[in-house]
Design a protein around this ligand. Structure first.
Ligand SMILES: [Mg+2]
Length: 236
């Protein structure tokens, strides 16, 4: 079974994006204000590749809240901002699947060697909601690694490996995991754990050239060429 590969998909900028750039601030800001009385420096931040926990901690960095305090209030924050996301989604399309994402996930699912899973900075309920709103949720039945677990994305591949190994009842090696994402942080988390890294240049913050400087195993312009994706995965 060492032939098996688990594809760990990032969500934002890789499989889908918000229709309006920075829309997340519209639902995260009120949650921070309600729980902590301030959203701190959220409005100035570029958050691509960060975990949700890290976004909250960075936003409140200068407001005197410790990461532990923020973690303690996480269930409350999540409940409020998920409610905001749902309200915004009900008013008009909030997220769109990126071109080729659905076909890419279906093609990977059809290959017996590959399994789809998630490695994302989103907290799990937000990840699941975004995938549901874009009709991609049924591709992800395996456990994954999510943004409530750490302030540091580099901690997530080890968690994904542990959960998936337990779920499959077999030991998955780091080199059987492939991280696919749109930011240098995706590549860094893969490198940190000895997994493979495929970058896609569909994020709003990082060009192909910039991603190449972080030495991924491959860079794809987007997910529209399913055959190219499968060839790229087969060559890793
Ligand atoms: Mg991303």
């Amino acid at each position: 079974m060492k032939d098996l590969r688990v594809i760990l998909w990032d969500i934002d900028g890789t499989l889908l994006h918000s229709r309006r750039h920075g829309a997340f601030k519209e639902y995260m800001r009120p949650a921070l204000v309600r729980v902590f009385g301030t959203a701190g420096r959220l409005d100035e931040m570029v958050v691509s590749g960060m975990t949700d926990l890290q976004i909250f901690a960075e936003a409140l960095r200068d407001e005197g809240f410790t990461p532990e305090q923020i973690r303690g209030h996480l269930p409350e924050l999540i409940e409020i901002f998920l409610g905001g996301m749902e309200r915004m989604a009900a008013e008009g399309e909030l997220f769109t699947a990126l071109p080729g994402a659905r076909e890419a996930l279906a093609a990977v699912e059809r290959e017996p060697r590959y399994l789809n899973s998630l490695l994302t900075g989103n907290v799990e309920p937000a990840a699941r909601l975004k995938l549901r709103l874009t009709g991609l949720e049924h591709f992800f039945r395996l456990p994954g690694a999510f943004g409530e677990l750490s302030h540091d994305r580099r901690d997530l591949p080890a968690v994904a490996r542990e959960r998936i190994s337990r779920h499959l009842n077999q030991d998955i090696d780091p080199e059987q995991l492939v991280v696919i994402g749109d930011t240098p942080n995706d590549i860094a988390c893969a490198r940190h754990f000895g997994t493979r890294a495929v970058a896609v240049a569909t994020g709003r913050s990082h060009s192909t050239d910039e991603l190449l400087r972080h030495n991924p195993d491959a860079v794809l312009p987007d997910l529209t060429d399913t055959k190219l994706l499968l060839r790229t995965l087969a060559a890793l």
